[in-house]
Design a protein around this ligand. Structure first.
Ligand code: PMP
Length: 285
């Protein structure tokens, strides 16, 4: 991804894609002081742009690194980078981090907090899983307790176990992994939230150890508007066997049906197909 034409917005300026570099003593590289967002632009409009900018700022506050940019400035940076790259349908990645500077240790208050925004064309995250249903592995890593990490932050440090889980899943021919949380309840996939369907009703974990995805919140609202009951609750491992359908939600994943988790199989059913279609309509509306 580093060797291509285009522009990246960095600290208020558009820079050449290939020159968008940081110093090796960047604090974030050593101590994971970075927060980010993944967004999608459809037909020239970023879906929930302000909500993503607000979450980026909240993530920064949770990591004791308040961003020196307002929501309006972050929104404008995203618009500028899309325009510079001539993209109307794209994935947008904003990232804020502690840079290099006076300090080179765990404490880093004197180092600048920086912001960059990149964008690129990115198709379906799970390939042809949209039709057949994605195959998920069960991750050996557990989502940590809120007393261990600020789980509501979309922070780089939380993705170490996600990368390891996804690598293990891909080695087994799966497209992703489902993670349990530290208590053993169903949590989420490595970059998407999870939903189950049984008897026409929907069940999804309480976001108390997972990221409360913007797509998750959107889909819950859509389901309730369709008069479909949504239960946000703790889901035990033993319940997986009894669910009929399963789907993932996320900016990159959109609404992706799941066909298999470990040894459990799910049908790509009508409710899943309906919500996937309705979501596609909504983001382009
Ligand atoms: N959980 C994790 C771990 C994620 O990385 C993502 C993607 N940001 C999500 C859930 C879904 O969040 P959103 O709908 O806001 O993209």
């Amino acid at each position: 991804y580093d060797d291509r034409d285009g522009y990246i917005w960095m600290d208020g300026k558009l820079v050449e894609w290939r020159g968008a570099n940081v110093h090796i003593l960047t604090h974030a590289l050593h101590y994971a002081s970075a927060v980010f967002e993944g967004e999608r632009c459809y037909n020239g409009k970023i879906f929930k742009s302000t909500e993503h900018s607000e979450r980026l700022r909240t993530s920064g506050e949770l990591l004791d690194m308040p961003l020196p940019y307002s929501v309006e400035e972050i929104n404008a940076a995203k618009e500028a980078v899309l325009k510079a790259n001539n993209l109307t349908d794209a994935y947008v990645r904003a990232i804020a981090w502690r840079g290099a500077g006076e300090d080179m240790g765990v404490a880093s208050k004197r180092n600048p907090i920086r912001l960059a925004v990149a964008c690129w064309s990115w198709g379906n995250y799970y390939g042809d899983a949209k039709m057949k249903g994605a195959k998920l592995d069960i991750a050996k890593w557990k989502r940590p307790s809120p007393e261990t990490i600020p789980h509501a932050a979309k922070a780089a440090g939380l993705y170490m176990i996600c990368t390891m889980s996804k690598h293990a899943a891909e080695a087994k021919g799966c497209s992703d992994a489902m993670m349990f949380d530290y208590r053993g309840y169903v949590a989420e996939a490595t970059g998407a939230n999870i939903f189950f369907v049984k008897d026409g009703e929907v069940h999804t974990p309480i976001p108390d150890a997972i990221l409360n995805g913007i797509t998750r919140q959107t889909v819950i609202g859509m389901l309730r508007d369709m008069q479909i009951k949504v239960h946000e609750r703790r889901i035990e491992a033993s319940e997986l066997e009894g669910f009929e359908q399963c789907f993932l939600t996320g900016t990159a994943a959109e609404v992706t049906p799941v066909g298999q988790i470990g040894d459990y199989n799910f049908e790509v059913g009508d409710l899943t197909k309906r919500i996937s279609t309705e979501y596609e309509k909504l983001v382009r509306a």
